[in-house]
Write a protein of this length. Structure first.
Length: 258
């Protein structure tokens, strides 16, 4: 699935929750996660010049249809793009990529990178949450979800030292793994952490320029995938824990703490 919100809105997830919890769950995900995901997708199109300087974005109605969301969510996504300095709205005309986006592109490429302390806080939480998620994914994943994890792993292999592409592939790998748990509460928690997790991954991959470091990160993801593929929950838990603990060590090394 391309967007985080798709799984959350599926009938299976709705049936898994009581009516009141389901309603609150859907609302929180729409407000906090879907708009952010749409903004990130549009941001990538602006940064890689798929949407060029001065070009008008599709209308709110068109974007709503494209992403399958309400116009309110589209407005939230556009507001995020404005905060990034990438677009401007001209009253009665539409929303356009800003004329100084060339400079903004250079600034935005490292926008959202994290300092060491919040990185460590996030990784300690991920260490507890994602090890369990990996174990559940090993026992609950469908063949389609395994194929999606494999596709993300392949994208990570192809990315090599292209840090933006590697960041996206890594984020997608963990996203699909989370969805493979089939647990709506774990999925919801990951959705709420999505923006911070994306920033943490980008922070590491920007600084991971050493060939051995890149190879180690890839090998760790391969180990996680293998455990999920053979449905070995214990091995998946161990592989994820090893990956995240090594990630924390890499962060400390990059920040000169060890």
């Amino acid at each position: 699935m391309e967007a985080w919100g798709k799984t959350v809105h599926s009938k299976d997830v709705r049936r898994a929750l009581p009516a009141k919890v389901s309603s609150a769950f859907d609302t929180a995900v729409k407000v906090d996660c879907v708009a952010d995901d749409i903004a990130q997708q549009l941001r990538e199109q602006i940064l890689n010049e798929t949407i060029s300087v001065g070009k008008r974005l599709p209308t709110e109605q068109m974007l709503g249809t494209q992403f399958g969301v309400s116009r309110n969510i589209v407005r939230d996504a556009i507001a995020r793009l404005k905060e990034m300095g990438l677009v401007e709205t001209r009253h009665g005309v539409g929303t356009f990529v800003k004329g100084d986006a060339e400079q903004t592109r250079a600034e935005a490429s490292t926008d959202g990178l994290m300092a060491l302390l919040p990185l460590m806080h996030l990784y300690h939480m991920r260490l507890e949450l994602e090890t369990g998620a990996a174990a559940l994914a090993a026992t609950h994943r469908s063949q389609t979800q395994l194929d999606q994890i494999r596709a993300a792993l392949s994208a990570l292999m192809r990315a090599g030292d292209e840090w933006e592409q590697a960041s996206k592939a890594t984020f997608d790998f963990h996203k699909v793994l989370t969805e493979a748990t089939q647990n709506p509460f774990i999925i919801s928690t990951h959705y709420h952490l999505a923006s911070s997790t994306r920033d943490a991954i980008r922070t590491l991959r920007l600084r991971a320029t050493d060939e051995q470091c890149i190879a180690d990160i890839l090998a760790e993801h391969e180990a996680i995938f293998h455990a999920i593929e053979i449905r070995d929950a214990k091995l998946a838990r161990q592989a994820m824990r090893a990956h995240l603990e090594r990630g924390m060590t890499r962060y400390r090394q990059m920040f000169g703490q060890i």
